[in-house]
Ligand binder design. Structure first.
Ligand code: MLT
Ligand code: MN
Length: 312
């Protein structure tokens, strides 16, 4: 199984177009220790030929341009793509907007939970992906599912979707149900176990997660690799930075640091490689030389970056 992080930033990317916070400014200025990052997406292949994209970010065109594995084969037909399927982990803009850039009558398959496919089905702009060309398949929860191409041919990539605590997409929040997760239901945010048909070693991809309970810790035990929600380092980070009013929790993201953060919650779980992804432009770990980045590394975590490759 080969994985490649094609986008390691949260929604907005890094630097974000309108952000003048010190981190975005440093990245824009090309200061040492800062890498620009595109929005949240991962690619995986079990056979080196067929690629599965996990989430389709608004930066997808640039991401494909930077990723030879996702480009048409040099000896292939006039139109073609190694991308056989896009698997969605939620319906946030940073994970679905890129679908619109994949409109060119290229057959592939969109996989998502019924909740997430309902969002796409109910928004007619996604009809640019003609259903006779781009099919939509429901990803069941808690069942290993081999991802198949549009012809129904297996790609050897097997995923198991499972619900994680999270939040309904920002643009679908029901303000009248603020006390009730703004209308969030099971299936709005999922994590994925990713493995190959011939090898049960698993990577887990969880770019959005609001909490870690015993069941999730048990599921992650013995993982070969975990790519986990690294949106914010501290829950109040956006307020402290002065760029927003929302806590990590309010956005459906568990912070990294502290006794109640993801680093502590997973410290005792046997995970061979652990990598933060979906990193927000306020997160101090974006500065490779920052103390927070050193703490994360000292706790055994890697800080994901665009183009990072993982082989299981
Ligand atoms: C999130 O991860 O919280 C969302 O991507 C926010 C957004 O939709 O901008
Ligand atoms: Mn996001």
């Amino acid at each position: 199984m080969h994985l490649k992080i094609v986008g390691s930033a949260a929604g907005g990317g890094f630097p974000q177009w309108n952000c003048n916070y010190r981190l975005s400014r440093a990245a824009r200025n090309g200061e040492s220790g800062f890498r620009a990052r595109t929005q949240s997406s991962l690619a995986a292949s079990a056979n080196g030929r067929d690629w599965i994209l996990f989430n389709a970010s608004p930066d997808i065109r640039e991401q494909i341009a930077a990723t030879p594995e996702l480009q048409p084969f040099p000896d292939g037909p006039l139109r073609g793509s190694p991308i056989q399927a896009v698997v969605l982990t939620n319906a946030d803009v940073d994970h679905i907007a890129g679908l619109l850039s994949l409109r060119e009558r290229q057959p592939f398959v969109i996989y998502g939970t019924q909740r997430v496919l309902d969002v796409i089905d109910s928004n007619t702009i996604f009809n640019v992906l003609d259903r006779s060309v781009v099919s939509r398949r429901v990803l069941p929860l808690n069942v290993p599912t081999e991802i198949c191409d549009w012809r129904g041919e297996p790609t050897s990539v097997v995923v198991e979707a499972f619900p994680v605590p999270g939040k309904i997409a920002l643009f679908l929040e029901d303000q009248e149900r603020a006390q009730d997760g703004f209308g969030t239901e099971i299936g709005d945010t999922i994590g994925l176990r990713v493995s190959s048909r011939d090898d049960r070693r698993s990577a887990f991809y969880i770019p959005g997660c609001a909490g870690i309970d015993k069941a999730l810790r048990e599921r992650l035990a013995d993982a070969a690799c975990l790519l986990f929600d690294g949106t914010v380092y501290t829950d109040e980070e956006m307020l402290t930075a002065g760029v927003g009013q929302k806590t990590g929790k309010r956005m459906g993201h568990l912070h990294i640091s502290g006794a109640d953060g993801s680093m502590a919650a997973l410290a005792q779980v046997a995970i061979a490689r652990r990598i933060y992804v979906h990193i927000n432009n306020t997160n101090p770990i974006l500065d490779e030389e920052a103390a927070e980045a050193a703490v994360v590394r000292a706790n055994g975590w890697e800080i994901g970056y665009d183009g990072m490759e993982i082989s299981l």
